[in-house]
Ligand binder design. Structure first.
Ligand code: ARG
Length: 457
């Protein structure tokens, strides 16, 4: 493709280090679509003859059919997907194939293909996240009243409802969807026609190609257009945030499935056994979601470091942009699917959760709050009194509401029998009706809003 000025060909090492075809063959569909849009524009602008363009389009369709049927051949001498497709096109239709590359460079070509690929990936991931959100909302609705311990520092803190806990992950997923939508909106400008770096002298119509490829318009600076990978970095940043959320959810499942917790039975379909311990059912899928999240963050860091020192415009370092994006997209899609299956298929052991909520003095704050409300005790003092009650209950090995009224009154005389109402876990969660609080009615209100937002009703 560029042999004209060279006396000898590249060494084996040069060929190997230069070749991106082993991974960028994943762009073949985008490459064909963008080439067809480009040639249609060249015809409309009178740069390529109608008959030549027809031959090129038919040829591209044939190449695409071959790729579809038997995959993209990997010839390192042809470097990348762009050269591979053009070379095959030339074999099929002859020298007229060479007209396709008029007013175009691989630099704007790859930037366009890659944007198209990332845009598709965003759409697929957002669809996947919709499935996860629907699963979370359905299970939250089912468990709007199921009581479990809420934790801080992984120590029992206050009772919450399982529905509330699951809806926390719905909120995270909703932010992920919006981050991907932001990335997509910024991505959606077309670099095609920026050529190598400076634009082109041919009278092209960049609006036309942009529109044909579903972009909002052409990019406005050719140097930026061929050297910008912000769209990939935005994508990876959104992917990292999403992976981090999935990893936290996965971690909860790992902990909850552990026998001392026993809050959940994971679906068999997303668990594995042990080759030596017959009783084992391991949360491997959740653990791998946790693990994959680290790799996805690594992909983001990888591309940031690739880009950080590059002068304008294109440098070959940028060929390394694709593996981290492809890897992150694939891993994330899988992680979303695994966590969706886990949420859908989990058996929540609500009796164990409730028991745990009752065991951990989770309603201590309710006792303090009661002292403030019923006996007008300043909160700091109420906190101290309650601490003494917890200490006594701990010494006796009983729950707070199992302490006799005499015992409580010995700690503080202002306590009376009405306090017991505040100490039970149902009363505790029902009281937390502040917007976004854990009260079952609040959870149902949020679920109803989420169902509307997801079009589930
Ligand atoms: N395979 C290259 C890449 O992925 C295509 C662009 C090549 N451009 C160039 N000037 N060598 O970045």
């Amino acid at each position: 493709m560029w042999g004209g000025r060279f006396a000898e060909g590249p060494s084996a090492i040069m060929r190997e280090i230069n070749a991106s075809i082993p991974f960028d063959k994943a762009l073949w569909r985008q490459d064909v679509v963008a080439s067809k849009a480009h040639v249609a524009m060249l015809v409309a602008c009178g740069i390529v003859a109608d008959g030549d363009a027809k031959a090129i389009v038919e040829g591209l369709d044939k190449v695409a059919a071959e790729y579809e049927a038997s995959g993209v051949p990997e010839d390192w001498d042809l470097e990348d997907i762009h050269m591979t497709t053009e070379a095959r096109l030339a074999e099929l239709i002859g020298p007229v194939a060479g007209r396709l590359h008029t007013a175009r460079s691989r630099n704007d070509q790859v930037a366009t293909d890659f944007r198209l690929w990332v845009r598709d990936a965003i759409d697929q991931l957002v669809a996947g996240l919709g499935g996860l959100q629907r699963a979370l909302v359905a299970r939250a609705n089912e468990h709007a009243e199921s009581i479990m311990p809420g934790f801080t520092h992984l120590q029992t803190a206050q009772p919450v409802t399982l529905g509330h806990h699951l809806m926390a992950y719905y909120e995270m997923a909703a932010r992920d969807v919006s981050r991907f939508a932001d990335a997509r909106a910024r991505l959606n400008r077309c670099p095609l026609g920026s050529a190598a770096l400076a634009g082109t002298g041919f009278p092209i119509d960049r609006e036309m190609t942009a529109q044909a490829l579903g972009f909002d318009g052409p990019t406005d600076n050719s140097l930026d257009a061929v050297s910008d990978r912000d769209f990939a970095l935005d994508f990876l940043a959104a992917a990292s945030a999403c992976a981090l959320h999935l990893s936290r959810l996965a971690e909860e499942f790992v902990i909850w499935a552990s026998q001392p917790f026993g809050f959940v039975r994971l679906p068999d379909a997303l668990s594995t056994g042990s080759s030596i311990m017959p009783q084992k059912k391991n949360p491997d899928a959740a653990e791998l979601v946790r693990g994959h999240a680290g790799r996805i963050v690594g992909c983001q860091v990888s591309l940031m470091v690739t880009m950080k020192g590059l002068p304008l415009a294109y440098s070959k370092d940028m060929q390394d942009d694709k593996p981290p994006v492809f890897e992150a997209a694939g891993l994330l899609q899988l992680c979303i699917a695994a966590m969706t299956g886990m949420v859908e298929g989990a058996t929540f052991r609500t009796e164990r959760m409730r028991e745990a909520a009752e065991l951990g003095y989770a309603t201590a704050t309710d006792l303090a709050d009661w002292l403030v409300r019923a006996a007008d005790v300043p909160f700091r003092e109420a906190h101290h009194i309650t601490g003494a009650a917890v200490k006594l209950a701990e010494q006796r090995g009983v729950a707070l509401d199992a302490l006799a009224l005499d015992d409580l009154q010995a700690i503080d005389a202002r306590i009376d029998e009405r306090v017991y109402k505040a100490l039970n876990v149902e009363a505790s969660v029902a009281a937390r009706k502040s917007h976004g609080g854990t009260a079952p009615d609040e959870v149902r209100a949020r679920v109803a809003e989420a169902r509307m937002a997801l079009g589930m009703d």
